[in-house]
Write a protein that binds this ligand. Structure first.
Ligand SMILES: Nc1ncnc2c1ncn2[C@@H]1O[C@H](COP(=O)(O)OP(=O)(O)OP(=O)(O)O)[C@@H](O)[C@H]1O
Ligand SMILES: [Mg+2]
Length: 258
């Protein structure tokens, strides 16, 4: 079980500082929330942790391994999986096929074996299929396994993306606004799923605008505003923090130029 350490991360895009000297740690098995207004730098931070982007300064480490500078597949091999703010699934494929894609890092058969459909590859495919079905069952989506994703409602597509991320068997799962576009009922189901994921020992890093979901499931919350950390603590502390209240309840906002 590894601790995620984000150490002094700054990300500049030309003249704009999207993240400014951000540091925090996520303990193994914790549910850690990141909140902040639009443009605060939340997705930029996720991109840096998952290897899609590199910081201008600072470092990300997972356990003993420095992740900074590693490509996304190498970060995934360390046990990190993520979902995207804009749902990213393959609409023409079935739900099961989408989930099986998430398992590819556990595939051992080589390209030649795959092309020739050797027995080992067929056995592996059967195992991948069984694993995908187990994950779908845990998310109460088994009945949708053969449905093309294009036929699903938006909220169900989000759950397919979650299932695919879980299929990688991560030890740290990054969710970027998983509740956006969900109904109240779907959001409640999502909260229950996030808790269940944690019960299985998987740490969750949750970016979310839905404040009640964040306050409900997270043990620790980091608040970003214009790329800077303005608060960090337990939900009760965050709720009563003067700067957080100011950011969320208005007042004079500084100009967006950094
Ligand atoms: N590739 C990029 N090039 C230039 N600017 C960028 C790039 N990516 C992000 N930004 C800028 O960095 C800032 C932070 O963006 P980011 O997407 O991380 O915010 P966010 O907190 O995820 O916002 P939201 O809640 O709207 O998703 C914004 O001002 C954004 O325009
Ligand atoms: Mg974002």
């Amino acid at each position: 079980m590894n601790q995620l350490r984000v150490n002094g991360v700054t990300r500049r895009f030309g003249g704009l500082t999207a993240l400014h000297d951000v540091s925090f740690t996520v303990e193994p098995g914790a549910i850690f929330g990141i909140i902040g207004p639009n443009g605060a730098g939340k997705t930029t931070l996720f991109n840096i942790v998952s290897g899609l982007d590199v910081p201008s300064e600072g470092e990300v480490a997972y356990g003993e391994t420095v992740l900074t500078g590693r490509p996304p597949y190498a970060v995934a091999e360390q046990g990190l999986a993520r979902t995207f703010q804009n749902v990213s699934v393959f609409p023409s494929m079935t739900v099961r096929e989408n989930v099986m894609i998430g398992r590819h890092r556990h595939c051992r058969a080589g390209l030649l074996a795959s092309c020739l459909r050797l027995p080992r590859q067929r056995r592996e495919e059967a195992a991948q299929r069984a694993d995908a079905d187990r994950i779908l069952d845990e998310l109460a989506m088994a009945h949708l396994a053969d449905t093309p994703v294009s036929a699903l409602a938006f909220g169900q597509r989000r759950m397919v993306e979650l299932a695919r991320a879980l299929a990688a068997e991560p030890s740290l799962l990054l969710l970027d606004e998983p509740a956006s576009g969900l109904t109240t009922r779907e959001t409640d189901d999502l909260a229950a799923q996030i808790r269940r994921i944690r019960e299985r020992g998987i740490a969750v890093l949750l970016v979310e605008h839905n404040m009640s979901l964040v306050m409900d499931v997270c043990e620790t919350i980091l608040v970003l505003d214009f790329g800077k950390r303005i608060a960090h603590g337990a939900p009760a502390d965050i709720r009563n923090d003067a700067r957080v209240i100011e950011v969320y309840l208005g007042g004079e906002r500084p100009d967006a130029a950094h």
